[in-house]
Design a protein around this ligand. Structure first.
Ligand code: ATP
Ligand code: MG
Length: 390
């Protein structure tokens, strides 16, 4: 193999926009490979800032902060899709940035994202754009019951209201301050899956085995791999769609596409995230290469390899609710010792000190020799932690 002079080798500093848990796990992967890291996030105790070599504590659009990040970094990525695309474009004037601001901009807007899926020949839920009272009035009855979602800045089910009637739709749009929204038809979901792909600068694309995701209250609760319900036809279609979408944006880095599988077996794209994803956290403990390592490889020009799942697994999200068992008024640490006494449990906490309802505090991956064994242990861990059975 010839050595590519453009490869950014270990020892160099990799920059990341955003200091959340995804940034923290990216930093861990980069450091394990011998890179130095720089995080830009205004929060002095951000999960990634706490573990990075350098932490630039400014807002995403702060000119001095961006200049500093570009100065110290050989290449830059983002861990958060709501980093303004113009910040990434600014960084790209002097440094390689992966994914590019243009790809992130598509993912930041549900309407653009859906149009992009359709342009790639990938089905999505029937929907309508609502930016004006006239568009609201013109909505077809076919889209009800539906979910009104803000076009921008939604995550973990925030900025979404379920509506059954036209009157509820009107009230919901008022409640969302009449910002640009997408009304999506409520679909009969059989189950949900996601696919993580990584695409290199040379156009090579690899993917992780599909994961099956259970959401509760709009937040990911449990990821299971291999996906127990998936058929060969569904997984092949999901992989093919994900490859097509990544290539269409000339994407570089890790990209996650979420899909709904409908009761009649059809598969539709829900949304995509231009970064490693919560549904890929199991890859740290259950695959021979993690989604975070593939992000490092893609952005530095190192080779990508087709990831292999070496252990069946389940990933349980650890939300802040678990710190308040049985309606406790004060925060209590869950019984980690009891959980870690179970074999195959891998605890990841993100260094957040304040637990809040719905806040992602960490995750627990359970690996096992068989899917059944992993599930049995995951259910025991869930019972200890106060997570409802699945
Ligand atoms: P994320 O944290 O994944 O970014 P989000 O806030 O962007 O979440 P969505 O992925 O749009 O939210 O929706 C969250 C969940 O709500 C979905 O995973 C699914 O369970 C449910 N949901 C969303 N849209 C629909 C739909 N059209 N029909 C049925 N269920 C839906
Ligand atoms: Mg989602």
């Amino acid at each position: 193999m010839t050595v590519n002079k453009d490869v950014i080798l270990p020892g160099a500093t990799l920059g990341v926009m955003g200091g959340g848990q995804l940034g923290r796990m990216f930093v861990h992967a980069a450091q394990a490979m011998g890179y130095r890291t720089a995080v830009l996030d205004a929060d002095p105790s951000s999960p990634a800032g706490l573990v990075s070599h350098a932490h630039i504590q400014t807002a995403y659009l702060d000119a001095a902060g961006l200049a500093e990040l570009a100065k110290v970094s050989a290449a830059i990525t983002t861990e958060f899709e709501n980093v303004p695309a113009q910040a990434l474009d600014k960084l790209a004037e002097t440094r390689p940035v992966a994914p590019a601001g243009s790809a992130v901009a598509i993912c930041q807007d549900r309407a653009r994202e859906k149009a992009h899926f359709v342009g790639c020949g990938v089905d999505c839920a029937p929907h309508a754009l609502i930016e004006t009272p006239a568009q609201l009035a013109a909505v077809s009855d076919d889209l009800l019951p539906g979910i009104l979602k803000t076009a921008r800045l939604g995550y973990d089910g925030k900025g979404q209201i379920r509506v059954k009637t036209r009157a509820e739709l009107i009230a919901a749009w008022d409640e969302l301050q009449r910002v640009g929204c997408v009304l999506e038809k409520m679909l009969p979901l059989a189950y949900e899956v996601s696919v993580l792909v990584a695409r290199g600068r040379d156009g090579q694309v690899v993917h992780f085995p599909l994961q099956q995701n259970l959401h509760r209250d709009g937040i990911l609760a449990v990821t299971t791999v291999p996906a127990p319900n998936v058929t060969e036809a569904v997984s092949q279609q999901a992989y093919a769609s994900a490859h097509k979408i990544a290539a269409s944006m000339d994407y570089v880095g890790v990209l996650c596409i979420e899909f709904f599988v409908l009761a009649d077996g059809r598969i539709v794209a829900n949304e995509m995230a231009p970064r490693p994803h919560n549904s890929g956290h199991h890859t740290i403990d259950a695959c021979d290469v993690s989604q975070f390592e593939l992000q490092v490889r893609a952005m530095t020009g190192l080779p990508l390899v087709e990831p292999v799942l070496h252990s069946p697994c389940l990933m349980l999200n650890l939300l802040g609710d678990l710190w308040f068992p049985h309606g406790a008024m004060t925060q209590q640490e869950p019984d980690w010792a009891a959980v870690l006494a179970l074999s195959g449990t891998h605890l990841h906490l993100y260094g957040k000190t304040e637990a809040r309802q719905g806040r992602k505090m960490g995750h627990l991956t359970v690996t096992g020799a068989t899917p059944e064994a992993a599930k049995a242990v995951a259910l025991r861990a869930a019972a200890i932690l106060g997570i409802a059975p699945f």
